[in-house]
Design a protein around this ligand. Structure first.
Ligand code: GLA
Length: 369
């Protein structure tokens, strides 16, 4: 497994952007997309690395046109998708869209089954840079063959487009998805609750070996800022997604986000972990009494570590150097990535008091002997 993975340079680090679904579902229109794209500049999201503005389900016209082509809803997207893509490009970002591999999308709009080459050409002609392909209404179809067809359709369309697979981890896409696309969902849809967050997180264990440049596990889009969790919980959500080398698709209302949410989504040292050029996904190192230690190796030999308290009480959480493949006597520089502060150098390990449902996120660098 793993041979023949795409290495086309389209997603050397996990894609970052915004997607309309988590906050707006199908209540979307071109004005929302335009305002969001503009807000991404004003809020510093674009400059923090969020590149792709992606319209999820609900943009489609009720039926294909006389030629069999997909079109956008004439009322809510009256200026057309090409116009929107142009505007997004004009703001220095990239543009993404959604379709479904089956007969209908998950929200009941027109699907792409049987029209893969036609739709890929259409997306390319509109200037699309990223396509999420969902898996509703596909009874009797095989994931590998259908997504393989899409991959060929993209190639035939002649425009580089990121292919985002969305079959929710049903057929172990981490084992084959890297040959046809750039990211694949590993689980069912995330919700804006603590329960959902921890359920999704638990599904990511053991998947690290399958990810790397141009082929990423996707634990689903961010809920940060959607209102169902606390700021502390959202900080944990964001930290863990970065540790997992997850695609970072913000899913909130960028136009109205408060400062604490913006500070989470644009935290430079935390994002740098997600975007580390080595592209090695992190994994769970140890779970103990409601606390967890997650770690990831970075390109410069340092380690990113998330000390995670899943419990409803604050807890002290510690990491030992021996758990990271270092020896206890090594001197290690500790950097707190949320506080953006150095914590000195230590032997053996480091412990932090972590708030309930919260994290401390560290970057650890071993001093040269
Ligand atoms: C599925 C996907 C979601 C979203 C909706 C749209 O549930 O997993 O991410 O795209 O469909 O209908």
């Amino acid at each position: 497994m793993g041979l023949g993975r795409l290495r086309d340079g389209l997603a050397p680090t996990p894609p970052m952007g915004w997607n309309s679904w988590n906050r707006f579902q199908t209540k979307i229109d071109e004005r929302l997309i335009r305002e969001t794209a503009e807000a991404m500049i004003e809020t510093g999201m674009r400059d923090a690395g969020y590149r792709y503005v992606v319209i999820d389900d609900g943009w489609e016209a009720p039926e294909r046109d006389g030629d069999g082509d997909l079109g956008s809803d004439p009322e809510r997207f009256g200026s057309g998708i090409a116009d929107l893509a142009r505007r997004v490009h004009g703001l220095g970002m990239r543009f993404g869209i959604y379709t479904d591999a089956g007969t209908r999308t998950c929200a009941g709009y027109v699907g792409s089954l049987g029209y893969e080459f036609r739709d890929a050409r259409r997306f390319a002609s509109w200037g699309v840079d990223f396509v999420k392909i969902d898996w509703c209404n596909t009874s009797g179809l095989g994931t590998r063959s259908v997504y393989w067809k899409w991959s060929n359709a993209f190639r035939a369309a002649g425009r580089p487009m990121i292919l985002s697979l969305c079959e929710w981890g049903r057929t172990r896409p981490w084992q084959w998805g890297g040959r046809v696309g750039h990211l694949w969902r590993t689980c069912w849809d995330i919700q804006d609750t603590w329960d959902s967050l921890t359920t999704v997180l638990d599904r990511q264990r053991g998947l690290a070996p399958y990810a790397g440049p141009d082929h990423w596990n996707d634990p689903d889009m961010l809920e940060v800022g959607n209102g169902g969790m606390t700021t502390t919980e959202y900080r944990a959500h964001f930290s863990l997604w970065c540790l997992l080398a997850a695609p970072l698709m913000a899913g909130n209302d960028i136009r109205t986000m408060p400062d604490d949410i913006r500070a989470i989504l644009t935290a430079p040292e935390v994002i740098a972990v997600d975007q580390d050029p080595l592209g090695l996904q992190g994994d769970l190192v140890r779970a103990e009494g409601g606390t967890e230690v997650w770690a990831r190796e970075l390109a410069d030999g340092s380690r990113a570590v998330v000390l995670f308290d899943r419990d409803a009480q604050p807890r002290e959480v510690a990491v030992r150097w021996t758990e990271l493949g270092w020896s206890a006597t090594d001197r290690v520089q500790v950097r707190d990535l949320w506080e953006r502060a150095d914590r000195g150098s230590c032997a053996e390990g480091f412990a932090a008091r972590v708030p309930a449902h919260g994290v401390a996120m560290l970057r650890l660098s071993r001093s040269e002997a």
